[in-house]
Design a protein around this ligand. Structure first.
Ligand code: MLC
Ligand code: AMP
Length: 484
C-alpha cells in the first residue's frame, strides 16, 4: 500500500506533504463512515481523486447533499480539484434546486441526478481508485458556496475560501483539544456549515475518524458511542433535547470526551437535563454560514450554561447599538454582535449590494444577532435582531422566502410567517394567511412543491386580517406566540 503522504504529495503536485485545507491526517482504519459504508484515508483520497479528474477546470460543481459516503467523496473531490463546491440541500424542492444551480454557475452535478437541474451528471463511486493529480489551489480560492436564507428574497450564495475554512477548523481544534484520537460522531445534514464544514472537513483536517449516523437520532448516537467508541459528538439543540428525552441513549454517551451544541440557542433545561442524564455538560459554540464558527466555549474552561463562549483565535467581536454606538461588555447590555477575522466569507455571490450591506463602514460583519458580552469576553446570544429570521431544528429560514412561496397560491392575498416557540424545534414555522376560501391543506401542498422540507410551515392559521401599524407594516410580534 502506498503511504498516504505519497498520495497527498502527489495531489499537491509540488512535494508538499499536507493539503492546505484537508490536512494529511495519519493512521490506518476508516477515515469516514456514513451509515454502513466506510473508506480508509487512502481510499477516500483516491476515490476523490477520480472525481477531481472528471471536474478539473469547471467553474463550480453542485453536489447533491444527501447523507451518504458519495457526498463526502464528491466534496473532497471538488476541494482536491480546486473547484468551488456548491452543496445542494437533499430535501430541496425543484425550484430551490434550480435557483441554487443557476445562481452559483455550477457546471456539473455530482451525485444522483434530481429534478430541477439539467446539468451534466458526474458519477461518484466510493469504490473507484485514481492517482489523478491537480496542483493545490491558492488559499484564497473558493472552497464552498453555501446557500443561506436572508430575511427576504431567495437564498444567497456565501463564498467561503479555503483559508477561511482552514482557519476556522484550526481554531476549533485548539478550543476543543481536538486530536486524531477523537472519533467524531454526528448525523447532521451534509449541506450546511455544521454537518459539512465542522462535521466532515473538521475530521479530515484534524486527522481523526468520522462516524456519520445518517440521521441524528439518540439511538444512533448511543450505538456509535458503544460500538465505534465515539468521543466527540456534535448536535443542534433539537438533537440534544431528544437525547435528554431518551435516558438510555443519554447514558450511553457517558464515556464520551465532549458533547458540542450549536446552530441554535440551547435551552438551559436541555443543558441541565443532558448533564443529569449523561454526566456531560455540553460546550456551546456560535456561528453563521457567512462567518463560520466565531465564538466557542473551550473544552478546558468551566462550563457556563446559557453562554456560548469566547472569540476563537483569529477573531474579534464587538457589540453595537441601533445607531452604531458602542455597547459596553458588562454582562448585561444587549447590542448587535459584530465580528471580524480570518474565518469570514468573501461575500454573497454576484450580490455586491447585499455584501456591502453586511459589513459596517469600518469593516465589521453584522451578524444580525443580539448578544451580551461580559468582562471576561464570554458571549450570551439574546436572540435575533429580526423576527423574520427563523431557526427551526437548527435550520435557518427566512420568513420572506416562505411568504413569497405562499403568496403564489391564488387564494392567498396576504401572508405573514413567524417562528413560534416549540419545545422540540426551538421555533416552529407558522403561517398566518388572509384570503378568500383558503383551504389550509391545499396551501400546504402548494408550498410543499416550492420549499424544502424544513422551510414548510408546520401550521397554517387563516385570519381575517394581519395586525398592522399606522404605516401599514405587519406587526409580527402581535401574532400569537411569535418571538424573535
Ligand atoms: C418536517 N416534516 C414535515 C414538516 N417538517 N412534514 C410536514 N410538514 C412539515 N412542515 C417531516 C420530516 O420530513 C420528517 O419526515 C418528519 O416530519 C419529522 O420531522 P422533524 O420533527 O423535523 O424531525 P427530523 O426530520 O428528524 O428533523 C429534526 C432534526 C433536523 C434536528 C434532525 O431539524 C436537523 O437535521 N437539523 C439540523 C440543521 C442543521 O444542521 N443546521 C446547521 C446550519 S449551519 P421523515 O419522513 O423524513 O421522517 C449553522 C452554523 C452553525 O447554523 O452555527 O452551526
Ligand atoms: P446559519 O447561517 O444557518 O448558520 O445560522 C446562523 C444563525 O444561527 C446565527 O445567526 C444565530 O442566530 C444562530 N446560532 C448559531 N449558533 C448559535 C448558538 N450557539 N446559540 C444561539 N444561536 C445560534
Amino acid at each position: 500500500m502506498r503511504p498516504v503522504v505519497y498520495l497527498l504529495a502527489a495531489i499537491g503536485g509540488d512535494g508538499r506533504e499536507r493539503d492546505m485545507l484537508l490536512g494529511a491526517g495519519a493512521g490506518e482504519g476508516p477515515a469516514v463512515r456514513v451509515g454502513d459504508e466506510g473508506l480508509d484515508r487512502e481510499g477516500l483520497w483516491s476515490a476523490a481523486a477520480a472525481v477531481a479528474g472528471r471536474i478539473t477546470g469547471a467553474r463550480a460543481v453542485a453536489v447533491h447533499g444527501e447523507a451518504s459516503l458519495s457526498t463526502v467523496v464528491a466534496v473532497v473531490g471538488g476541494l482536491l480539484a480546486g473547484v468551488p463546491v456548491v452543496p445542494v440541500p437533499a430535501d430541496a424542492a425543484a425550484a430551490e434546486r434550480r435557483h441554487i444551480v443557476r445562481d452559483s454557475g455550477a457546471e456539473l452535478w455530482l451525485g444522483t441526478p434530481q429534478e430541477g437541474t439539467d446539468l451534466p451528471a458526474v458519477p461518484v463511486d466510493p469504490a473507484e481508485r485514481s492517482s489523478h493529480t491537480v496542483p493545490e489551489p491558492p488559499s484564497e480560492a473558493a472552497a464552498l458556496v453555501m446557500y443561506t436564507s436572508g430575511t427576504t428574497g431567495p437564498p444567497k450564495g456565501a463564498v467561503l475560501s479555503r483559508r477561511a475554512v482552514a482557519a476556522d477548523l484550526d481554531a476549533l481544534a485548539d478550543a476543543w483539544d481536538w486530536t486524531p484520537d477523537d472519533v467524531l460522531v454526528h448525523g447532521l445534514p451534509l449541506f450546511h456549515v455544521h454537518g459539512l464544514v465542522l462535521g466532515v472537513l473538521g475530521a479530515l483536517r484534524v486527522g481523526g475518524p468520522l462516524v456519520h449516523t445518517v440521521r441524528p437520532s439518540p439511538a444512533a448516537y448511543a450505538a456509535a458511542a458503544e460500538k465505534e467508541k465515539g468521543r466527540l459528538f456534535f448536535g443542534v439543540p433539537t438533537v440534544w433535547s431528544r437525547v435528554v428525552r431518551d435516558p438510555a441513549s443519554a447514558r450511553a454517551l457517558s464515556g464520551a470526551r465532549l458533547l458540542v451544541s450549536g446552530s441554535a440557542p440551547l435551552p438551559d433545561t436541555v443543558a441541565d437535563g443532558l448533564r443529569a442524564a449523561s454526566g456531560h455538560h455540553p460546550v456551546e459554540r456560535y456561528g453563521m454560514t457567512e462567518t463560520l464558527i466565531t465564538v466557542a466555549a473551550r473544552a478546558d474552561a468551566p462550563r457556563r450554561t446559557g453562554w456560548v463562549g469566547t472569540a476563537l483565535a483569529g477573531l474579534e467581536t464587538r457589540l453595537r447599538g441601533e445607531h452604531g454606538e458602542p455597547v459596553p461588555s458588562d454582562g448585561e447590555s444587549i447590542g448587535e454582535l459584530q465580528v471580524r477575522g480570518a474565518t469570514l466569507f468573501d461575500g454573497y455571490l454576484g450580490l455586491a449590494g447585499a455584501t456591502a450591506a453586511a459589513w459596517t463602514d469600518d469593516g465589521w460583519f453584522r451578524t444580525g444577532d443580539a448578544a451580551v458580552r461580559d468582562t471576561d469576553g464570554w458571549h450570551r446570544i439574546a436572540g435575533r435582531m429580526s423576527v423574520d429570521m427563523i431557526k427551526t431544528g437548527g435550520y435557518r429560514v427566512g420568513a420572506g422566502e416562505v411568504e413569497a412561496a405562499l403568496l403564489g397560491h391564488p387564494a392567498v392575498r396576504e401572508a405573514a410567517v413567524v417562528g413560534e416557540a416549540d419545545d422540540d424545534l426551538g421555533q416552529r414555522i407558522v403561517a398566518y394567511l388572509v384570503g378568500e376560501g383558503i383551504d389550509p391543506g391545499a396551501v400546504l401542498d402548494f408550498a410543499t412543491a416550492r420549499l424544502s422540507v424544513h422551510k414548510r410551515p408546520r401550521e397554517v392559521r387563516v385570519v381575517d386580517a394581519l395586525p398592522r401599524n399606522a404605516m401599514g407594516k405587519v406587526q409580527k410580534k402581535l401574532l400569537g406566540g411569535a418571538h424573535g
